[in-house]
Structure formats: structure tokens, C-alpha cells
Design a protein around this ligand. Structure first.
Ligand SMILES: CC(C)(COP(=O)(O)OP(=O)(O)OC[C@H]1O[C@@H](n2cnc3c(N)ncnc32)[C@H](O)[C@@H]1OP(=O)(O)O)[C@@H](O)C(=O)NCCC(=O)NCCS
Length: 182
């Protein structure tokens, strides 16, 4: 998809139902409507971005994905990222994450962290190509199905690391103790 055909914009509370529908489509253990509502309008650390793309049939802009992230002082925490199947592998998630990292840099953050299911090879590749490194494994972190999480970090935070060519996946390194989910 051409870069200028994806529109990234902050979410407002009236996007809740559409976001919740995408959440239920994309995850085996989706956040509840209440959790999403709290992130959209109740959490002072939370930021919510929407990605809109042209509908292949009508050409009108439709919601293709979203991204929830927190800015916790010096850290950007990636919380929840989803793109609907018809819009995948077209750079939508990449644009959402890059936009969030840019916001983090502008607000003085110097690192970014995330957790991801160890079986989620697509997401692991996405984050690796964005410049995240695998730091640790969190045993039985996820439910439904129970699964370990890979903890990934980008430090220092810099847009210059984006977007390396496909290739080597980096191996786990040291340990840290933070908490979250994408
Ligand atoms: C993971 C997800 C967000 C990726 O969204 P996307 O918009 O398709 O990602 P992008 O198009 O920006 O992908 C960029 C690169 O990441 C890698 N990648 C992304 N999805 C991949 C997949 N399923 N398999 C292999 N590599 C993948 C590729 O290197 C891709 O570049 P390429 O298409 O040129 O090969 C999307 O598949 C999704 O919503 N999955 C379900 C929910 C989920 O797993 N969320 C993430 C939780 S951590």
C-alpha cells in the first residue's frame, strides 16, 4: 500500500465499538470492551492510534487497525496492536509503531518495551525488523492458550533503526522485569 494511502490518527472514545470488533477478530484472548474503554478514555498514560485505509471496493476510508501504547516517563510501552486480515502485509502495523515511537521521542522517552507470544512469528519478525531485540522470556505469561512471552526492547529509542531488511532474528539476551502486552 502506498505510504500516503494509510492515515494514522489519534482515536476518540466513539471508536470504541469498532476497535472492540477488531480486537475480537485478531486475538484468542481479547481485551474486554471495558478494558479498551479504560485505555481510550481513562488512562492518563495511554495513547491510542487508528489506521485508516481505503476500502478496496468503495475507496472510502475504513478502520484497518489500531495501536495502544503507553508513555511512562522515559519508556514507550507497546500494549496492543492489531490489523484486520485484509489489510495485513502492507505496512500498516509498521506505520502505527513508527508513529508511536516518534511521539515517544518527542516526549523524551529513550527506550521502548513490549511482550509478544513466543509463537507469534509474524509479530516477532515485525518487531525485529523495527529494531527491537529479544531480552528475556516470561514463562506462562499468556492465557487462552497458555504460552510464554518474549520480552523485547529497543534502547536507545531511535527512528534510525527503522526499517532493516528481512534476515536474521536476534537471540534472547539479559533479563528485565516490566509488564505489558501487545
Ligand atoms: C502482527 C500484525 C499486527 C502485523 O500487522 P501488518 O500490518 O501485517 O504488519 P506490516 O505489514 O507492517 O509488516 C511489516 C513486516 O513484518 C513482518 N511480518 C508481519 N506479519 C508477518 C507474518 N504474518 N509473517 C511473517 N512476517 C510478518 C514482515 O517482515 C513484514 O514485511 P513484509 O510484508 O514486507 O514481508 C498483524 O498480523 C495482526 O494484527 N496480527 C494479529 C494480532 C497480533 O498478533 N498482534 C501483535 C501482538 S504482539
Amino acid at each position: 500500500m502506498a505510504p500516503d494511502s494509510v492515515t494514522i490518527e489519534p482515536a476518540t472514545a466513539d471508536a470504541l465499538d469498532e476497535v472492540w470488533a477488531i480486537e475480537q477478530t485478531c486475538f484468542s484472548a481479547p481485551w474486554t470492551r471495558k478494558m479498551l474503554e479504560a485505555e481510550l478514555s481513562g488512562n492518563p498514560f495511554a495513547n491510542f492510534l487508528l489506521a485508516k485505509c481505503p476500502d478496496p471496493l468503495s475507496g472510502s476510508l475504513v478502520l484497518a487497525g489500531y495501536f495502544c501504547f503507553w508513555i511512562l516517563f522515559e519508556e514507550v510501552r507497546l500494549m496492543n496492536l492489531a490489523v484486520l486480515p485484509p489489510f495485513r502485509r502492507q505496512g500498516v502495523a509498521t506505520r502505527l509503531v513508527c508513529s508511536a515511537l516518534r511521539t515517544g521521542l518527542e516526549r523524551g522517552a529513550n527506550r521502548a518495551m513490549l511482550e509478544v507470544r513466543v509463537s507469534n512469528q509474524g509479530a516477532l519478525t515485525l518487531y525485529d525488523r523495527l529494531g527491537f531485540r529479544r531480552m528475556a522470556t516470561r514463562t506462562r505469561y499468556y492465557a487462552n492458550p497458555e504460552e510464554d512471552a518474549a520480552l523485547m526492547e529497543m534502547a536507545p529509542l531511535k527512528l534510525g533503526t527503522l526499517f532493516k531488511p528481512p534476515g536474521e532474528i536476534h537471540e534472547p539476551g539479559g533479563m528485565t522485569t516490566v509488564h505489558g502486552r501487545v
